[in-house]
Design a protein around this ligand. Sequence first.
Ligand code: 13P
Ligand code: SF4
Length: 319
Amino acid sequence: KATKEAYFADIQALLKEKNAVLVAHYYTDALVQEIAEKSGGFIGDSLEMARFGANTDADLIVVAGVRFMGETAKILAPNKTVVMPTLEATCSLDLGCPVDEFTKFCEQHPDREVVVYANTSAEVKAVADWVVTSSIAVDLIDHLDAQGKKIIWGPDKHLGGYVQKQTGADMLLWDASCIVHEEFKAKGILDMKAMYPDAAILVHPESPDSVVQIADVVGSTTQLIKASQSLPNQQFIVATDRGIFYKMQQLSPQKSFIEAPTGGAGSSCKSCAHCPWMAMNTLENLKQALIDPTDIVEVDIEIANKAMIPLNRMLEFAK
Ligand code: 13P
Ligand code: SF4
C-alpha cells in the first residue's frame, strides 16, 4: 500500500502536469486538506470555495467536497474542466430538496423572493433569486427584509430558523436538514461544558435551535475557525464536522478542541460529527481523478446559465 508521502508526491506532480488546482472543504479528511495546502491549492468554506473556483487560472479544478460544490465551480467557470474524487458525494440538504417539489412550493407563493442555500442542486439554484452560504445568510436576509421582501427559504430548516430569529424577516421554510449537525444535543454539550467550564462553545448554524442557543459563537466553518483563533479560551467544544479540527489545531496548536457530543449513550447516529459524503474523498480517489478522471462535473448549459445568476448575485453581495 502506498504511503502518504508517495500519494502526496504523485498528486502534486499530476496537479502540476495538468495545470490543475485542488480545492477542498474543511470537512474533508485531514490528509486531503493537507495535500490541498501543500500543493498550493485552497481550503475554505462554501463561499470561499465558490469564489476561488470562479477566479482561478488553472485549466482543471479538482473539488474535494460534495457534489453541490463541484457544480458551483462548474457553473462559475463553465470553460474549465471540473472533476471530483467521486460524484457520489452528495448532501442530505441537496437530497431533501427535489427540484419539482421545491418549484411547486415556490409557485404557490409567487410574491416571495426565493433564497436557497448553496447546499442544493444546480436545478434548484436555477429556480432561485438568490443563493447564500451560512457566512452571509443573516446579512442577505436582513438586506432583503429591509426592502420589505418576503422570503421562501430552502432547504435547511435549522439555518432558516436561525436566520429568521436573527432578522425577524417573514420567511417560509422548506423542511430539510443536515444529518451531521442535526445530531448535536444541547444537553450533552452542557454536560461537557460542566466538565470544561472555561471552554467556548462553537456551533455551525445547521445545528438545531437548542444547540445554537447555548453557543458562544455561531458561524460558517471559516467564521468558527477565526473565532477559535481570536477568543482567549484555551478549550473549545465544537458542534460541527470534526474535519474542521485540522485547521483549528494547526492555527492554535496550544489550544484543545473537543468534539460536541451527539445522540448520547445508545444513540443510533450513523454520522456522528463526520459527514459520510465528505469522507468519500480519499487520497486514492483524488489521485485517480487526476490520472483518469471519470467523475467529471457536467451541468446542463440552460440550467447553468440560470443558476449562474443567483450565484453571481451572492458573490457580488458578499464582496
Ligand atoms: P460552510 O463551509 O459554508 O460553513 O458550509 C458548511 C457545510 O455544511 C458544507 O457542506
Ligand atoms: Fe451536507 Fe451536512 Fe454533509 Fe455539509 S455536513 S455536506 S450540510 S450532509
